[in-house]
Design a protein around this ligand. Structure first.
Ligand SMILES: [Zn+2]
Length: 330
């Protein structure tokens, strides 16, 4: 584990080579002089690289004095080992690890991983930052959004400069939830993990965060409107459910419309068809109903998020989430 108090020369390497040089969980503080005003974390999940690319680019610019920071900032590279497992950026975590975003309150099963978490916690507590932002990506296609453990106005204002949607959820055991005991803290989901657009979004967000926190000079405008989503409910399919994606009912237990990812974060009309249910009682949601075998939205106000067409995720975890939302205008 590397803990550095200045940006190393090696930052000039290509992103993947710099990551290899880091080799494992690392912390880089831009300067030793004062406490870190802001902490940025990335690669809590090894397959979510947008925050890493953004951080690497940002550190390089500071090193080359294209960016001047008024106060120190810390960057935490969390699960570097998982990111480096080939093919690069495809492993959420490794076999001898737990999900690195579940072990920040109760410790995990693996000693080595717990030690890294302990060192990062210690850093956060010692630095007394005003803000911690944890950069992630989604596996599904989503516009960028924020997941916040709290709904304090400062977070919402900063959020409005970055995204249109904030999901308020406690998400126990996460790094952001842990950090929220000490400072403002949230997760920035930069969009799909393998999209160049997500990486660009992450970089822009990083600069805006620094400007908002007055770590860096520059101008940003607050957003005009933001949607705060609450009461997140999971939609899961029971084990052994057969399913398919098709525009027609092909007879499996559940048939879903292709492109359901496009329904994320949209206010859908009542009766929007999501697919077909051929085995009664498979889909359970307060916001969906089945009529003549068709699964459709009810007249309740809600939004989907993180709906995915990734069969592995649907099988092992979740089809998507629903939330109710509230609009805030500035
Ligand atoms: Zn993640």
């Amino acid at each position: 584990m590397k803990i550095l108090k200045e940006i190393p020369e090696e930052v000039n390497k290509k992103p993947i080579d710099f990551l290899k040089w880091l080799g494992d969980t690392s912390i880089i503080k831009t300067s030793e002089e004062e406490n870190s005003e802001v902490i940025i974390s990335c690669l809590v999940h090894g397959m979510e690289p947008s925050g890493y690319y953004a951080t690497h680019k940002f550190l390089k610019k500071i090193k080359h004095e294209e960016i001047r920071l008024k106060k120190p900032v810390s960057f935490i590279f969390v699960n570097v080992k998982a990111a480096l497992k080939k093919p690069y950026f495809t492993h959420r975590f490794l076999k001898d690890q737990m999900d690195m975003n579940r072990i920040w309150v109760d410790t995990g099963e693996f000693e080595r991983q717990n030690f890294k978490v302990f060192k990062i916690k210690e850093h956060i507590i010692n630095e007394k930052p005003k803000l911690l932002v944890d950069f992630h990506n989604t596996s599904a296609k989503n516009p960028a959004f924020i997941v916040s453990p709290t709904n304090n106005l400062n977070t919402i204002k900063l959020a409005s400069t970055l995204v249109k949607n904030v999901i308020q959820i406690e998400w126990l055991g996460t790094l952001a939830k842990f950090a929220s005991n000490y400072c403002d803290s949230f997760v920035l989901e930069c969009g799909k993990y393998n999209s160049k657009k997500s990486h660009e979004m992450a970089y822009e967000a990083l600069e805006k965060i620094m400007i908002y926190q007055d770590v860096m000079d520059g101008k940003i405008n607050l957003g005009t409107e933001i949607l705060i989503s609450k009461n997140t409910q999971k939609i899961t399919l029971p084990d052994y459910t057969s399913f398919n994606f098709s525009k027609q009912n092909t007879g499996e237990d559940i048939v879903l419309m292709p492109g359901i990812e496009n329904y994320n974060f949209k206010e859908l009309k009542t009766g929007t068809i999501i697919g077909w249910e051929n085995k009664k009682g498979t889909i359970k949601s307060d916001f969906l109903e089945v009529k003549d075998g068709m699964i459709m939205t009810t007249d309740k106000e809600f939004m989907f998020n993180m709906l995915t067409d990734n069969t592995n995720i649907i099988r092992s975890d979740v089809l998507g989430y629903t939330t109710v939302f509230q609009k805030i205008r500035f």
